[in-house]
Unconditional design. Structure first.
Length: 452
């Protein structure tokens, strides 16, 4: 992988219960929201928000790329907190974009280092940049040292609730029909925005897109991160995104470009006690909108830091992700009136089943290969061998119009075809389960999903 430099010539451097969080649908608005050409979308005029700084445009001798676009085609949402050590590289990568008809809405959320100074200096030299002081920061009135002041040994990450607020504040100030995410410690490929806009123009049915990523860190990157990097970089088509959506977030959040109309129709980011990016992506998919990743080489270098929010906040724990996935399963993705079967009675399947039960959805059976588990019960549900499940599936057939209830609990026979949640950790095992379910006549998404 070629490295990024600051030079332009560098290549890269139970489901009937009331839903407490209704998920809006975009189906009736699809022709207007999802399919209109990007070039004809009009920017929404915005007033000057409190705390917003807009420098005076430069004179006629200034390069065209430095002039404030009257109607920018892209608004970059850039939340910042204690980012002085990494922000210069991020700024340089945005300056180097081959597509320059964008604005940047940078939110300084109470940084005590030189982040605010760096942002204001950037805005003074580039009228495309707007700097906003977050509402939370204005209440606390932090002291802003000069750029030459000593930097703290470790940057304090942005609290999850404040990150959501900062992102929504930036989106409220944005004027463009497209919103792009960027973090203050990542490096964008010079062609990132050009590639994503071109991709969306060629696919007007898409609500948004991400890109492939390259992870980097001053320290050695753990094997788990490398597995995620390979996994997310294999996701490209809308079908890939939908199939992967309940395993991990199928788009790397700092690469997201999303139609502003879709973002606002869904109510923006939410603080739900789980990851705001996965929540947004699942709401988009629940609204029957489509997402994809730009194929090809990575267009963002994604910095991995030990103090990053995803490693330090309870919002990003495995338990929080399960709550999120089960919430969307119950209220958006599980077909009603079909019994739920969890394929996998191990370290992934059992916690998933516990969360399903906790949120009110019963588990009718487990499927597992471990002969020691077969015939036992977990959370009151029998554990079946794959061949037992296959016999059950063949006997029931595709009768999905009948109530989901056991007709003979002793033999685990049901009057409606089960819906399978395949909950295993290994990609290789997922392939085996997919092949088996296809042989049983099950169709992915319609009859089963993979979960983690």
């Amino acid at each position: 992988m070629r490295q990024v430099s600051h030079q332009r010539e560098s290549a890269f451097g139970t489901r009937q219960c009331p839903n407490p969080y209704p998920i809006p649908t975009l189906a009736h608005r699809a022709p207007r929201i999802l399919s209109r050409p990007l070039v004809t979308l009009s920017a929404r005029p915005r007033g000057h928000a409190a705390g917003r700084l807009r420098p005076t445009p430069l004179d006629a001798s200034t390069h065209a790329a430095d002039i404030v676009p009257m109607n920018p085609r892209l608004s970059v949402l850039l939340p910042c907190r204690e980012a002085a050590a990494t922000l210069p590289g991020t700024i340089a990568s945005l300056r180097a974009q081959t597509f320059d008809h964008f604005e940047v809405i940078a939110v300084d959320d109470g940084s005590a280092d030189a982040t605010g100074t760096l942002l204001r200096d950037w805005a003074t030299g580039d009228p495309r940049v707007t700097v906003i002081e977050s509402a939370a920061a204005r209440q606390s009135a932090p002291v802003r040292p000069s750029a030459a002041a000593p930097q703290p040994a470790a940057a304090e990450p942005l609290p999850a609730s404040r990150l959501v607020a900062a992102l929504n504040q930036a989106a409220a100030a944005a004027r463009a029909p497209l919103l792009a995410r960027m973090d203050a410690d990542d490096i964008a490929h010079p062609d990132r925005f050009a590639a994503q806009l071109s991709f969306l123009e060629k696919g007007p049915e898409l609500a948004g897109c991400g890109t492939h990523v390259e992870l980097f860190s001053p320290a050695e990157i753990r094997s788990g991160y490398r597995r995620y990097e390979r996994w997310v970089n294999a996701i490209e088509t809308p079908g890939d995104v939908e199939r992967a959506a309940l395993i991990e977030c199928p788009l790397a959040h700092p690469t997201l470009v999303l139609k502003a109309s879709v973002f606002h129709a869904l109510g923006g980011y939410r603080d739900m006690g789980w990851a705001e990016d996965h929540d947004l992506v699942l709401r988009i998919l629940a609204a029957r909108a489509r997402l994809a990743n730009v194929p090809g080489e990575p267009l963002l270098r994604w910095r991995i830091r030990e103090d990053r929010l995803s490693l330090t906040s309870p919002v990003y724990t495995a338990a929080a992700f399960r709550r999120c996935r089960v919430h969307f399963l119950r209220h958006a993705f599980l077909p009603p009136e079909r019994p739920v079967v969890v394929w996998g009675a191990g370290r992934v399947g059992k916690p998933l089943a516990r969360e399903l039960i906790a949120q009110g959805t019963s588990v009718s059976a487990f499927v597992d290969l471990d002969r020691r588990k077969i015939g036992q019960e977990i959370h009151g549900a029998p554990v079946l061998a794959p061949e037992q499940f296959a016999e059950l599936a063949a006997r029931i057939g595709a009768r999905t119009d009948l109530p989901a209830r056991a007709t003979d609990p002793d033999t685990t026979a049901y009057s409606a075809r089960p819906y399978v949640l395949a909950a295993v950790g290994s990609p290789g095992v997922r392939d085996d389960i997919r092949e088996a379910l296809m042989q049983y006549g099950f169709e992915e998404i319609a009859d089963y999903r993979f979960c983690a």
